[in-house]
Write a protein that binds this ligand. Sequence first.
Ligand code: C5P
Length: 213
Amino acid sequence: MIIAMDGPAASGKGTLAERVASHHGLPHLDTGLLYRAVGRDALVRGVDLDDAEATAEVAAKLAFAMLEDPELRTAGAGEAASRVARHPQVRAVLLQYQRDFAKGDRGAVLDGRDIGTVVCPEADVKLFVTATPEVRAARRFLELSARGIAVTEEAVLADIRVRDERDSTRGVAPLLQAPDAALLDTTNLSIDAAFRAALDLIEAATSRAGRAG
Ligand code: C5P
């Protein structure tokens, strides 16, 4: 079973994807980490983030084993990620890795921006996870503060708005709810309630497919 979970920054899709994957015994890929790794490596090597060809070369040399690096979770890496993610050449390099991951024996859970639309349009289940920018900023602020990172909630909200705008308006694979994706709005849900809602939507989608097939 392939489960695609898309949505904007800090919507809770990453945490939900992890819990859904563990519940169903499936491997999980946080595809944002791929873009974060490319952005971070480009910064470290002094590569211009606006240079499509040069950043695609960075993507081609990516060490996928490095995806656990906590440095990839910083706001700076997120910002760099959304800049390199605009380049079709970078996306093309990362596409095959994501598709190969999804096509493992048991299937997989992938979360990102374009999983249901571009990476796995044939996914068995598609969820689009969202929440208001204010609620997403409040959650991300708490998470960063708990990790001892000094930020203000206003700065986090501003960063989220910039990334939403850039991710939604880019020419290639923009952040978009697939027409056949179920919407999960987590604005007024605790993480446990959102998890139960996600499981219900997955159950509904798979039993619908079972009836149709
Ligand atoms: O999800 P996360 O915030 O880690 O993603 C970082 C950035 O990577 C996003 O703002 C987006 O620009 C890019 N991204 C993407 N496609 C994906 C996953 C992430 O363009 N499938």
